[in-house]
Design a binder for this molecule. Structure first.
Ligand code: NAD
Ligand code: TYD
Length: 340
C-alpha cells in the first residue's frame, strides 16, 4: 500500500482529490490532515470517513508534532492546506503567512526526516505570476505576486523548491489555475454567484468585470496532480491550466442563463484593490507528460450549477446561519452593495 498524506483534504480541491484518490487507486491508503478552519468541512468527506483506506486527523500543519508524525510515515504528501481567499488576505494577511508560509515550512522540515518519502507535491497557484496582460505564463517566468495570498503562496512555492535544491526533498510544484466544481466554499466567485442567483440576490461584480480567469474543472486538476505524482520530475514546476479564459462579466452572464435569472441581478461594485487583470498559463510542459483537460467549460459549469441546486443542504447553512460567513460577507459586500 502507498501511504498518501493529503493536507487540507476537507477543503474544496483537497476533498475532491481524496475522493478521486480512493476511487482511482485501490492500493493507496489516504490520511487527511486538516485543521477544519471556516473553509474545511467534514461533510465534504462524510462518505469516506468510514472507509478503511482513509483516516482523518484534525490538526494544524504548523504543529510540528502532528506534521512530523504523519509526514514521517508517508510515501507521498499532497499539500493543499492553505488560507486561500484573496479578499480575506486583503482584509488581513496574518493567517496566510502563518499557514501558507510557516505551515509549509513545518511540513518541509518533517519531509527532510521522512525515511521513505517519494514525492512532496506543493500545491501552488497561477497567481504567483501576477497579472499577465499578454501571452501565457511559462514555469520559468518571473514570479510577481500582487496580493498577500499570492505572495504567501509564492513564498511557499520557492521554499518548497529550496528544500529540494538544498536538502533533496522530492518536491514537485503544481501551479493550477482557478478551479471550479462541487464543494467549493461559497466565498469564491462561481459558487457565490450561483447561490446568490438561486436566491435572487445581487451578484457583486468587481470593477468593470473584464478581468480574465482561466477555469479548470477540479477533476481535471486531480487527474493532473495524479500524473505529476506518477511521472513528475523532482525539483520541477508544472502549470495546470484549463484553457478556458473567460471574462468575469461573461462568466456572470453564463451563470444567470444557467440559473434562469435576469441580468438585473448583476451589481457592479467597487473593485478589489490590486485586482489582477488576467491569468493565463502555458501548459505545454504538463501536456508533454500526457495530460489534457477532459471537461469542457460549458459542461462543467452546467453540472456545477446543477450540483449547487441539488445540494442546498451543503451551502445554505453556511450562507444563512454561519456567523463567521455572515460577518465576512458584511465586511466584504455590505458597503459595496449599499444603495448610494
Ligand atoms: P479551501 O480554502 O477550500 O480549503 C483549504 C483547506 O485547508 C481547508 O479544509 C482548511 O480547513 C485547511 N487548512 C487551512 N489552514 C490549515 C492549517 N493550518 N492546517 C491544516 N489545515 C488547514 O482551498 P482550495 O480552494 O481547496 O485550495 C486548495 C489548495 O489549492 C490551496 O493550497 C490553494 O492555494 C491552491 N489553489 C487553489 C485554487 C482554486 O481555484 N481554488 C487554484 C490554484 C491553487
Ligand atoms: P475568486 O473566485 O475570488 O478567485 P481569484 O481571486 O483567486 O481569482 O475571484 C475570481 C474572479 O472573480 C476575480 O477576478 C475576482 C472576481 N470576483 C468578483 O467580481 N466578485 C466577487 O464577489 C468575487 C468573490 C470575485
Amino acid at each position: 500500500m502507498l501511504e498518501v498524506l493529503v493536507t487540507g483534504g476537507a477543503g474544496f480541491i483537497g476533498s475532491n482529490f481524496v475522493h478521486y484518490a480512493l476511487a482511482t487507486h485501490p492500493d493507496w491508503r489516504v490520511t487527511t490532515l486538516d485543521k477544519l478552519t471556516y473553509a474545511g468541512r467534514l461533510e465534504n468527506l462524510q462518505d469516506v470517513l468510514d472507509d478503511p483506506r482513509h483516516s482523518f486527523v484534525r490538526g494544524d500543519i504548523a504543529d510540528a508534532a502532528v506534521a512530523g508524525r504523519l509526514v514521517e510515515r508517508s510515501d507521498v504528501v499532497v499539500h493543499f492546506a492553505a488560507e486561500t481567499h484573496v479578499d480575506r488576505s486583503i482584509q488581513g494577511a496574518a493567517d496566510f503567512i502563518q499557514t501558507d508560509v510557516v505551515g509549509t515550512y513545518v511540513l518541509l522540515e518533517a519531509a527532510r526526516r521522512a525515511p521513505h518519502l517519494q514525492r512532496f507535491i506543493q500545491i501552488s497557484t497561477d497567481e504567483v505570476y501576477g497579472s499577465v496582460l499578454q501571452g501565457s505564463s511559462r514555469e520559468t517566468d518571473e514570479l510577481k505576486p500582487r496580493n498577500p495570498y499570492a505572495a504567501s503562496k509564492a513564498g511557499a512555492d520557492r521554499l518548497a523548491y529550496s528544500f529540494w535544491a538544498t536538502h533533496g526533498v522530492p518536491v514537485c510544484i503544481a501551479r493550477p489555475s482557478n478551479n471550479y466544481g462541487p464543494y467549493q466554499f461559497p466565498e469564491k466567485v462561481i459558487p457565490l454567484f450561483i447561490t446568490n442567483a438561486l436566491d435572487n440576490l445581487p451578484l457583486p461584480l468587481y470593477g468593470d468585470g473584464l478581468h480574465v480567469r482561466d477555469w479548470l474543472h477540479v477533476l481535471d486538476d486531480c487527474r493532473a496532480l495524479d500524473l505529476i505524482i506518477e511521472s513528475g520530475v523532482n525539483g520541477e514546476v508544472y502549470n495546470i491550466g484549463g484553457g478556458n479564459e473567460v471574462k468575469n462579466l461573461d462568466l456572470t452572464r453564463r451563470i444567470l442563463d444557467l440559473t434562469e435569472r435576469p441580468a438585473s441581478l448583476i451589481a457592479p461594485v467597487r473593485d478589489r484593490p490590486g485586482h489582477d487583470r488576467r491569468y493565463s498559463l502555458d501548459t505545454t510542459k504538463l501536456r508533454a507528460l500526457g495530460w489534457e483537460p477532459q471537461i469542457a467549460f460549458a459542461d462543467g459549469l452546467r453540472e456545477t450549477v446543477q450540483w449547487y441546486r441539488a445540494n442546498e443542504w451543503w451551502w445554505r447553512p453556511i450562507k444563512q446561519s454561519n456567523a463567521e460567513f455572515q460577518s465576512y460577507y458584511t465586511a466584504q459586500y455590505g458597503e459595496r452593495l449599499r444603495p448610494s
